[in-house]
Design a protein around this ligand. Structure first.
Ligand code: CA
Length: 127
């Protein structure tokens, strides 16, 4: 691998964070989020699925180029993905900057654990 290709691979690896199945966060507060989220995906203002929330509909692909429109820019502290699809989130609006992928049926009780607390500004969800 050339140096340029190796650098490109490193940059991609650094920009993309994927949260997979089997995370420790799955063990906590599962019933709490299941009760409060009825969409494909929910973002919560606070950790452990607390505070205000915004949710994406099931059965469609939904785009959120600027979460300011949902009063949720730089606000999410926990996430639940209730769909069988990966959901994607970006640090800047219009799907720019670092991306966080949340795998199917994975919830993150505290986005501080992955250094994404109060940072999400845009999202694409599939229910
Ligand atoms: Ca927050």
């Amino acid at each position: 691998m050339t140096l340029a290709r190796r650098m490109a691979a490193l940059i991609v690896a650094a920009a993309l964070t994927t949260i997979g199945i089997g995370a420790v966060q799955l063990a906590t507060a599962e019933s709490a989020y299941a009760a409060s989220c009825t969409g494909a995906m929910c973002l919560y203002e606070n950790t452990n699925y607390g505070g205000s929330r915004t949710q994406a509909p099931t059965g469609v692909c939904a785009i959120y180029p600027d979460l300011k429109n949902q009063s949720f820019n730089d606000k999410a502290s926990s996430i639940t993905n209730r769909a069988k699809y990966t959901q994607s989130f970006w640090i800047d609006k219009n799907y720019a900057g670092s991306r966080l992928n949340v795998a199917p049926y994975v919830s993150v009780a505290n986005l501080k654990d992955v250094s994404w607390n109060d940072k999400i500004s845009s999202a694409i969800t599939t229910g």
